[in-house]
Design a protein around this ligand. Structure first.
Ligand SMILES: [Fe+2]
Ligand SMILES: [Fe+2]
Length: 275
């Protein structure tokens, strides 16, 4: 199974530049061209939140137009920059977004890897939380299918990426999630966004990761307590590969980055067979 994660798209209305500087619309287009040009198409693309910048209807309209070019099936999760009601209104055919009133959590059971999407948005807050009710729901979903290898997707990482937004953890109940994962060993990986760069760590007895943003990258936290900062590093996305073949029972993650001068549609063309 091949899952692509795109994250932190931060689309603005009428393709306006993000922070007056970053071409989030153009960058998303190039990521989509790269994905559409892949020799093997993904089974699923998951967008892990911060889909638009200000949660506005006109931004979701712009997102809908750009992301409509994607050939592969798509699932969406909100981030702290999103507005659930406007997201649901903009993508009414994504029925899973509205199956629960309070948030946009879901279980995708169609593939070898079962995918559970968690909604970590706390309205009007930068930081996120899973919440007791959603944690209880997750526990039940995992208990119902202990033999199904599972990937959990969410916007706010439930672990520290050492990128500082003001000393609060990105997700309030990371330890509670880790405690649940300790009881359900079928979870192969927890993937997230929010921190705008590729990060990998151990979490809850499994793997944890953050995807790069398709819009703009945040810098490496070289020193403790350095506030977050943006850099000119390439944007990108991640490919999560899962196979249940013997000897390959983990999720293997590859990061794809796109610099400005790359021909995105031909990104995966074979240029030579020697290293
Ligand atoms: Fe973001
Ligand atoms: Fe975020």
């Amino acid at each position: 199974m091949l899952v692509i994660q795109i994250s932190d798209l931060h689309i603005r209305a009428a393709r306006a530049l993000l922070n007056g500087r970053y071409d989030s619309a153009g960058n998303l287009e190039r990521c989509i061209a790269a994905i559409n040009g892949m020799p093997r198409q993904p089974d699923l693309v998951i967008a892990t939140g911060d889909l638009v910048q200000f949660g506005a209807t006109a931004e979701y309209a712009c997102l809908r137009e750009i992301i409509g070019e994607l050939r592969a099936p798509l699932m969406l999760l909100p981030g702290n920059h999103d507005n659930r009601a406007k997201l649901r209104a903009a993508f009414p055919w994504h029925h899973y977004l509205a199956q629960y009133d309070e948030n946009c959590r879901f279980v995708q059971d169609d593939f070898t890897l079962r995918i559970i999407g968690l909604d970590t948005v706390v309205e009007n807050e930068v930081e996120g939380a899973i919440g007791a009710r959603q944690l209880g729901w997750l526990d039940k979903q995992l208990a119902a299918a202990p033999d199904r290898p599972t990937l959990i997707a969410m916007h706010h990482p439930p672990f520290s990426g050492m990128i500082d937004f003001g000393n609060k953890p990105a997700c309030a109940d990371g330890p509670a999630l880790a405690a649940i994962l300790a009881r359900h060993r079928q979870v192969k990986k927890v993937i997230s966004g929010h921190l705008h760069r590729a990060i990998a760590t151990a979490f809850g007895g499994t793997q944890g990761s953050v995807s790069p943003s398709t819009a703009v990258s945040f810098g490496i936290p070289f020193f403790p307590d350095t506030p977050f900062y943006r850099t000119s590093e390439p944007v990108g996305f991640q490919i999560h590969l899962y196979s249940d073949m013997p000897g390959c029972s983990d999720v293997i993650t590859h990061t794809v980055t796109l610099s400005d001068n790359m021909q995105a549609a031909n990104l995966f063309a074979l240029e030579g067979k020697t290293a």
